[in-house]
Design a protein around this ligand. Structure first.
Ligand SMILES: *[C@@H]1O[C@H](CO)[C@@H](O)[C@H](O)[C@H]1NC(C)=O
Ligand SMILES: *[C@@H]1O[C@H](CO)[C@@H](O)[C@H](O)[C@H]1NC(C)=O
Ligand SMILES: *[C@@H]1O[C@H](CO)[C@@H](O)[C@H](O)[C@H]1NC(C)=O
Ligand SMILES: *[C@@H]1O[C@H](CO)[C@@H](O)[C@H](O)[C@H]1NC(C)=O
Ligand SMILES: *[C@@H]1O[C@H](CO)[C@@H](O)[C@H](O)[C@H]1NC(C)=O
Ligand SMILES: *[C@@H]1O[C@H](CO)[C@@H](O)[C@H](O)[C@H]1NC(C)=O
Ligand SMILES: *[C@@H]1O[C@H](CO)[C@@H](O)[C@H](O)[C@H]1NC(C)=O
Ligand SMILES: *[C@@H]1O[C@H](CO)[C@@H](O)[C@H](O)[C@H]1NC(C)=O
Ligand SMILES: *[C@@H]1O[C@H](CO)[C@@H](O)[C@H](O)[C@H]1NC(C)=O
Ligand SMILES: *[C@@H]1O[C@H](CO)[C@@H](O)[C@H](O)[C@H]1NC(C)=O
Length: 439
């Protein structure tokens, strides 16, 4: 009996070994690229591409030899040897001046069209000397990632990009101070990109695209939308139907919006980051922010907003940073701070240069995660609450330019993480002792 069992399990072991051996053989072949390497056509295409560039830092010096899959910046499909990725992002240097020197310069050669399986193309931070995006890029049908940001490309964005029906990431961000700028008269080509999840056209001149919103609202998979410094002329108040409800991050700062905040925004309930600074928004902060349960970062600075902070902003349980600097907001912080102290998620609060008034609520002291509290240039008065010692994470505290006419509690000496303390142009009473600086 026991010997049969032994025999059975022995057989089983043997079979397993054969299978394992066979698998190992396959692995061995792949790992060593015994017969899988790039085709001559693709190698030639890459060499022609290299030929059209100047490369002062020798970043493409590894582009020699038979197997282009081994070259810097190239990845291939491990089964077919086809080039799938070309990543020539110029990110070796950290500062802009050094980066300029290591940039590849020249033209994007049409030989790229011979890379029939290219999924990922990153030419960011190089220097194509103001030339337009070649229309041929629209023929790289297999692309799912295209990054041409900060590459000194310019001119009209070719509608041919709308042929890239597999595209998930499109990054065309440019330096706002750069001579070369993208522009467009319409964005109708976005219709061809139903899988797009990430769109950044920051810095492009879109002032001629009057119905930009309808033209962007065709992207049902979009999760990140970056249109900062695009001269967008209006923030349309009406939108019949919100298509891009999966948005989680929106940056539309520094455009030319001069209207109240539209209501359709509040249907995008999964939004986590919302940056709208430096527009000319008017009106009040809508209490419809109550819908945005996921909101983590909200920046509405540099507008003409009036009225109070709606208490509801304090009730948002994921809120980490709130920036309302440079508006015309007024009222006290009592209801707002009360909500905040129950959530205790806030890390950064910047209310610089508004007309807020009243005394600082005790509840502020319960914000143990707060790192930065900047209340410069308001009309707060009275004392700093004793509870301030509870702000255990506080690094930056500014009350500059407020008529603070009470006293500074010794408990301020407990703020052991403090780096910046700005109490200038205030009206404090009382004395300062060593205790104030104890920790
Ligand atoms: C592409 O490369 C080939 C071979 O080096 C060259 O003949 C052709 O002029 C280049 N085309 C462009 C647009 O640079
Ligand atoms: C594109 O490249 C830039 C600069 O190299 C980088 O900061 C950015 O995150 C990239 N975009 C995407 C979508 O990966
Ligand atoms: C777009 O940029 C190009 C090149 O700078 C320029 O010739 C063209 O007039 C611009 N078009 C628009 C609509 O701004
Ligand atoms: C690509 O897009 C352009 C402009 O939208 C269009 O004229 C052209 O026919 C398209 N090319 C192909 C091969 O579909
Ligand atoms: C929503 O997006 C889909 C897919 O792109 C599109 O067919 C539809 O027309 C869009 N709806 C509106 C109202 O724009
Ligand atoms: C916003 O959502 C509400 C409720 O789900 C819906 O009735 C309304 O039509 C939506 N509005 C827009 C502009 O999509
Ligand atoms: C905030 O939440 C509290 C309960 O936690 C509630 O009493 C209060 O009404 C809410 N404030 C607003 C403005 O909705
Ligand atoms: C701020 O609002 C007050 C009224 O609340 C108004 O008198 C004042 O003109 C506004 N200031 C600016 C710069 O809009
Ligand atoms: C602040 O915390 C203290 C104790 O930790 C608690 O008694 C008080 O109710 C809290 N205040 C608010 C406004 O939540
Ligand atoms: C501080 O200023 C406020 C508002 O101007 C005033 O009501 C209060 O009496 C002042 N307190 C002291 C101690 O001067």
């Amino acid at each position: 009996m026991s010997s049969t069992i032994m025999k059975k399990s022995g057989n089983h072991l043997l079979k397993l070994n054969f299978v394992q051996l066979f698998l190992c053989f396959l692995c061995f072949c792949n790992a060593n690229d015994l017969n899988i390497r790039c085709s001559d056509i693709e190698k030639k295409a890459l060499l022609d591409f290299k030929e059209s560039l100047t490369d002062p830092f020798g970043r493409l010096s590894s582009w020699v030899g038979e197997d282009c899959c081994q070259w810097h910046g190239i990845s291939c499909n491990s089964e077919t040897g086809q080039v799938t990725k070309l990543d020539l992002r110029n990110s070796l240097q950290t500062n802009k001046a050094a980066q300029k020197k290591s940039a590849l310069r020249g033209k994007i050669n049409s030989s790229l069209l011979n890379l029939k399986n290219l999924r990922y193309l990153d030419l960011s931070m190089n220097n194509f000397e103001g030339s337009p995006i070649p229309q041929l890029i629209g023929s790289l049908r297999t692309l799912s990632y295209l990054n041409l940001s900060y590459a000194e490309l310019g001119g009209t964005i070719p509608p041919h990009l709308g042929n890239l029906s597999n595209l998930q990431y499109l990054d065309l961000h440019s330096y706002s101070d750069s001579g070369s700028k993208f522009n467009a008269t319409d964005l109708l080509w976005l219709r061809g990109l139903p899988s797009l999840e990430y769109l950044d056209m920051g810095g492009a001149d879109l002032s001629a695209v009057t119905d930009w919103l309808q033209q962007v609202n065709v992207l049902p998979s979009l999760s990140e939308l970056y249109l900062s410094s695009c001269k967008l002329p209006t923030f349309p108040f009406f939108l019949p139907f919100v298509n891009f409800t999966s948005l989680v991050a929106v940056d539309m700062s520094n455009n030319l919006f001069n209207s109240p905040m539209p209501r359709w925004i509040f249907n995008i309930t999964g939004l986590k980051s919302f940056f709208l600074s430096s527009n000319n928004l008017i009106g009040t902060i809508p209490s419809a922010f109550a819908n945005m349960h996921s909101l983590q970062h909200l920046d509405l600075s540099h507008q003409f907003l009036e009225g109070t902070i709606p208490g509801i902003l304090g009730n948002l349980s994921n809120l980490k940073s709130l920036t309302l600097a440079f508006n015309n907001l007024s009222g006290n912080l009592i209801e707002f701070a009360d909500g905040l102290s129950k959530q205790n998620s806030l890390e950064v609060l910047d209310l610089t240069q508004n007309r807020f008034s009243g005394h600082l609520p005790d509840a502020l002291g319960n914000l143990t995660n707060l790192r930065s509290l900047v209340l410069r240039g308001n009309m707060f008065w009275g004392s700093i609450p004793e509870s301030i010692r509870l702000f255990s994470s506080l690094q930056h505290l500014s009350l500059f330019g407020n008529p603070m006419n009470g006293s500074i509690p010794e408990s301020i000496g407990q703020l052991s993480q403090l780096v910046v303390l700005d109490f200038g142009q205030t009206a404090w009473r009382g004395t300062i002792s060593e205790q104030h600086f104890s920790n």
